[in-house]
Design a protein around this ligand. Structure first.
Ligand code: GLV
Ligand code: MN
Ligand code: MN
Length: 428
């Protein structure tokens, strides 16, 4: 038997340090959530909290020996050189921004996990043929500037840099100004060199793994996502004197939209459609004034592109009908739209082999949530490792929780997949 075919013990990461750092990062943007009584995380993209978290993660990258660069949309990459610098890298990563009511694991697991992969390679004295890079992408959540997976979509070339720079938050601040303000307006080209492969480790944020009794999922792809902002225009009038039949009540129309979306989901006509109105604001918002305006967001998800298109068309026709029924007109604004993204079979198999080598059972599942991986998949072979969450995998709430053992197992799977893809340098 030669050195090259001696079976190697699977790589294992330092799961105590991984957990410690997840808990430390959680305190940046930490807040006391009155709804749950738990400590949550509010770290919207490009805020002071995000900046502080970015600086800490960059420090951790540098302590792990990574060469850090920031690109023009604020994506951050740390590189561990390979034996052959001409070879494209194996990229891992995710995001460190959160929703306004987030938990400790969404996105951060893939970033801090990536740093632990590098540290585990170093600790084991393993060099790889290809470089390994750990990255985190700007505004994955889309909560502040309205477009999710923003940084990864820019680097993948789907969203133009100028368009991304001009997006504004609710107070009118632009992405560009906020990047400059927090000092993350980097100089590296936003369209990065094409990686050999991208692997993202992320919490599942759903119930499939827990129901199967496993810690690990291999993600087959991401379902289609449609985000739109709908503005309804009625007419303000006196609540006590205006006859019911003479009203143009934008609040009533908004309520009908909410109910119709639920009816569409329940109908089965649109397959496994999921629909959510997550924000709804009435104006002028006074007890005794009929609402003249309503602004709501519509989030639709569907694992079937044709059924997603049918659902969007149905909803548009329903909203058109509000004019005849209620005298309320509508304008739509597209916020985000992505098609179903299937992940690479070969990378999925590498992840499966890693889980097998570690003796970890897994299931294959499509992702219900959006991820940076769906954007990077347009540039190189890509797949994801999912880690099970507690309480049915609940996420985007401070109740989000994955056990330390599940996190460690997921990052171990990531580590061994990276090692296979980056190619260990074997010395006889
Ligand atoms: C990302 O978190 C999403 O909305 O799916
Ligand atoms: Mn995420
Ligand atoms: Mn999220």
């Amino acid at each position: 038997m030669t050195a090259s075919d001696t079976p190697r013990a699977p790589l294992r990461v330092d799961r105590e340090r991984l957990w410690r750092n997840l808990m430390r990062l959680k305190e940046i943007g930490g807040y006391d959530d009155t709804a749950t009584g738990l400590r949550g995380v509010r770290r919207l993209a490009l805020t002071d909290e995000d900046a502080q978290a970015r600086r800490l993660v960059v420090t951790w990258m540098e302590e792990a020996g990574l060469r850090v660069r920031v690109d023009r949309i604020g994506n951050v990459y740390g590189e561990r050189p390979g034996e052959d610098p001409a070879l494209p890298c194996v990229l891992v990563g995710s995001h460190i921004d959160t929703v306004a009511t987030g938990g400790a694991f969404d996105g951060t697991l893939g970033v801090l996990g990536g740093i632990e992969v590098v540290r585990a390679l170093d600790a084991a004295g393993i060099r790889t043929r290809r470089p390994v890079e750990v990255g985190f992408f700007t505004e994955e959540e889309g909560v502040r500037f309205g477009t999710d997976m923003l940084g990864s979509a820019v680097t993948a070339g789907r969203i133009d840099l100028a368009h991304a720079y001009a997006l504004t938050d609710a107070a009118g601040a632009t992405v560009r100004d906020e990047l400059v303000r927090i000092g993350f307006d980097g100089s590296a080209p936003e369209v990065r060199p094409v990686p050999h492969a991208y692997v993202e480790c992320h919490i599942e944020q759903g119930p499939i793994l827990a129901a199967a009794g496993v810690d690990i999922g291999i993600v087959t792809g991401v379902q289609a996502i449609s985000w739109q902002r709908l503005t309804l225009h009625g007419e303000a009038a006196h609540a006590g004197t205006t006859p019911i039949e003479a009203r143009a009540d934008a609040g009533l129309a908004a309520a009908e939209v909410v109910v119709e979306i639920r009816r569409m989901c329940d109908s089965g006509t649109f397959g496994r459609l999921r629909g959510t109105v997550g924000t709804l604001a009435l104006s002028p918002a006074q007890t005794n004034v009929i609402p003249a305006g309503a602004v709501l967001t519509v989030d639709l998800r569907n694992p079937d592109d044709a059924l997603m298109a049918a659902a969007e068309a149905h909803l548009a026709a329903f909203v058109d009908g509000l004019h005849d029924r209620h005298g309320v007109s509508a304008t739509w604004e597209r916020m985000a739209r992505t098609a179903v993204v299937p992940f690479d079979d070969g990378i999925q198999d590498v992840i499966a082999a890693s889980a097998d080598a570690l003796g970890l059972p897994y299931v294959r599942a499509m992702s219900g949530a959006g991820h940076d991986a769906q954007e990077i998949a347009a540039t190189c072979p890509t797949a994801m490792v999912f880690v099970a969450g507690e309480h049915g995998g609940i996420s985007h709430t401070p109740r989000e929780y994955s056990r330390p053992e599940a996190c460690g197992n997921g990052v171990d799977v990531l580590a061994n997949a990276v090692l296979t893809l980056a190619g260990p340098v074997v010395t006889a």
